[in-house]
Design a protein around this ligand. Structure first.
Ligand SMILES: Cc1ncc(C[n+]2csc(CCOP(=O)(O)OP(=O)(O)O)c2C)c(N)n1
Length: 609
């Protein structure tokens, strides 16, 4: 029995025998299931890499070699082995342990990401600058992204360094991996017999014999065929190995440790290993989980009366498709965007392109050129990766792509890398694009219906929060005007999204004599409504869940200056450069000035009440 909470650093792993290593793996797995069932977190990806992480620290010394975990969502065993087991009770809680690699937490945390597929490029930089050896641990879905491919193409032709890419192949991204490269991986995986035979041979033969055989096989193969995409890119390919079997894994790692060229080690792991419901999951439900009952695998808090904005939009698209032809594209977020039903009902109109935001955006532009209506659904944070394509290919060409930006605003437990607080600044600077945010479910449907009727790129942002379930009219439509939700005489609040609804309630509850305007279209602005607001000469308070840079607030200021108004205008949002950490939505809201009481304080302070 290991005292996981008293582990200081991973060096102790080297002194364990095979039996002890296996016990350690089982105990870590039990620890992960127990803790994640209470806190929530990335369950399946972490259960799959327990042996791989232990084996890495058995063979390599982290003082000599940097290990870079791509995305960083599979780093929990690494955190346990580097002395952070005690903090798992606070995993992803405000002020607690981050669910990702975090350089402030540990000297062993080398590369922060959250957004996938950067580890190979990062390791290229580290190795070329420091000569320190690096290992990238990257999943089969993340390696297919363009950034990872650029990294591989670069590294494969660099001489004099020996990077190691460990391809952790579990045949899954959040849901099943997609794309032609998946097919290439299937060929490399070979049959179960092949992997089994390899396991036996690895156990029997010494390492030098394996290396020799591997080199001879490679030279012969190169004469007759080139069917290994990684070898074609300049990597010496080792594998596939069973990544959940610690003995062959250690042998394979020892083998590559002595190599002097770029290595790709292909390991096959079982996503969700060791917990029946997550092993059986193909829908992505156990990729990231809320607290759950270990016996049943069901979430502890049932939200049967609630619906997420993602699900609302997905339901709308299913309904809309009954009467209107259009395509839906999503880059690897089919599960989060709740698009299973659309996919099942309209498979010919649905494209999950894998982790390929840039490709998704340009492909949507292509569909629009071909006069086909298309809805591109991305998380706000990942749309950042397609900044140039949204700007240059969609917006500049004024193409009718309906861009659904999910998880706009603060996101909670994923923390800093996932906050949706930049897309307003990004989009408002682009030509032609209309940018909107609905205050509730009805307005969301209304804006989507409006988007279908017009001819320009059209972004609809929606947040990560949940809504009360209700009967909805899927045919309603709303325009880009700014409705006034209430009229008062002491000042004017302008906001959008669910925040404007919240502010309206607060103003009512507190009997504040204020006007509240719903600026559901951030671009174009409703200049009549703004003109009327400015003409009152009342102070204006703008609330936006975005960094204060090029947002609606700036547009209002510009308008005021241009038209010679003198109102005082105040902004409540986030300072550029702010680092909004992880925690429950409520905790993060209250810590960063977004609680009801902070709203009230801000109003009172600015209006000198
Ligand atoms: C650029 C980007 N797009 C989308 C995501 C959302 N995302 C997080 S993990 C993940 C799947 C990763 O799959 P894989 O690399 O195979 O690792 P596994 O979880 O299977 O171990 C996705 C799509 C992301 N983190 N970054």
């Amino acid at each position: 029995m290991f005292d996981l909470e008293n582990i200081k650093d991973p060096s102790f792993v080297k002194s364990l025998n095979v039996k002890e290593l296996k016990v350690l793996a089982e105990e870590i797995r039990a620890f992960l299931i127990e803790n994640i069932s209470k806190t929530g977190g990335h369950l399946s990806s972490n259960l799959g890499v327990v042996e791989l992480t232990i084996a890495l620290y058995y063979v390599f010394d982290p003082k000599e070699v940097d290990v870079l975990f791509d995305v960083g969502h599979q780093c929990y065993t690494h955190k346990i082995l580097t002395g952070r087991a005690k903090e798992f009770k606070q995993l992803r809680q405000f002020g607690g342990l981050s669910g990702y690699i975090n350089r402030e937490e540990s000297e062993y945390d080398i590369w922060e990401s959250g957004h996938s597929s950067t580890s190979i490029s990062a390791m290229s930089g580290i190795m070329l600058a420091s000569k320190k050896r690096c290992i990238s641990v990257i999943g089969d879905s993340s390696i297919m992204n363009g950034v990872a491919m650029e990294g591989l193409t670069f590294l494969g032709q660099i001489k004099g360094i020996n990077p190691v890419v460990i391809l952790n192949d579990n045949k899954m991204g959040i849901t099943k991996s997609v794309g032609a490269l998946t097919r290439a991986l299937t060929r490399l995986r070979g049959s179960k017999f092949h992997v089994g035979l390899k396991r036996v041979l690895t156990k029997i033969f010494p390492n030098w014999l394996h290396v020799a055989c591997h080199k001879i096989k490679r030279s012969f193969k190169a004469l007759i065929q080139k069917d290994n995409v990684f070898e074609d890119l300049g990597f010496d390919y080792y594998g596939p190995y069973d990544g959940n079997d610690i003995v062959p894994l250690i042998k394979a790692l020892k083998r590559i440790k002595i190599q002097k060229e770029p290595i790709l080690l292909h390991v096959l792991t079982k996503k969700g290993k060791g917990y029946a419901p997550s092993e059986a999951d193909t829908t992505g439900n156990f990729h990231g989980v809320e607290p759950f009952d270990i016996k049943t695998g069901k979430p502890l808090v049932s939200c049967d009366d609630k619906i997420s904005y993602s699900k609302l939009v997905a339901n709308y698209l299913v309904e809309k498709r009954k009467t209107k032809e259009f395509k839906v594209i999503t880059p690897a977020t089919k599960a989060g965007a709740k698009l299973d039903e659309f996919n099942d009902k309209y498979p010919k109109d649905f494209y999950d392109v894998g982790i390929a935001e840039e490709h998704a955006a340009v492909m949507a532009a292509g569909m629009a050129i071909a006069k086909t209506d298309v809805v591109l659904l991305m998380y706000s944070t990942f749309a950042q990766r397609a900044y140039d394509e949204i700007l240059n290919d969609i917006a500049r060409q004024d193409l009718k792509v309906i861009l659904g930006l999910d998880r706009a605003g603060i996101v909670g437990e994923d923390g800093i890398t996932h906050q949706g607080i930049y897309d307003v600044s990004m989009l408002l600077s682009m030509p032609n694009i209309i940018v909107t945010m609905p205050k509730d479910a009805e307005e969301a449907i209304g804006l989507f219906n409006y988007a279908f009727t017009q001819k320009h790129p059209f972004a609809i942002r929606y947040p990560r929060c949940k809504l009360q379930k209700q009967e909805l009219d899927y045919n309603q439509i709303c325009d880009l005007s700014w409705p006034t939700l209430r009229i008062g005489k002491k000042g004017i609040i302008i906001s959008y999204g669910p925040d404007v609804e919240r502010l309206n309630h607060l103003v009512e509850e507190n009997n504040f004599d204020l006007t509240v305007i719903n600026a559901r279209s951030l671009k174009p602005i409703d200049s009549d409504a703004l003109e009327n607001a400015l003409a009152t000469n009342l102070p204006i308070l703008v609330f936006e869940q975005n960094v204060a840079s090029g947002t609606l607030y700036s547009k209002i200021l510009e308008y005021k200056e241009e038209h010679g108004y003198t109102n005082k205008i105040f902004f409540h949002g986030f300072k550029p450069g702010i680092e909004i950490t992880f925690g429950s939505l409520d905790e993060v809201y209250s810590h960063y000035g977004w609680s009801d009481s902070e709203f009230i304080n801000f109003i009172k302070e600015k209006l000198s009440w």
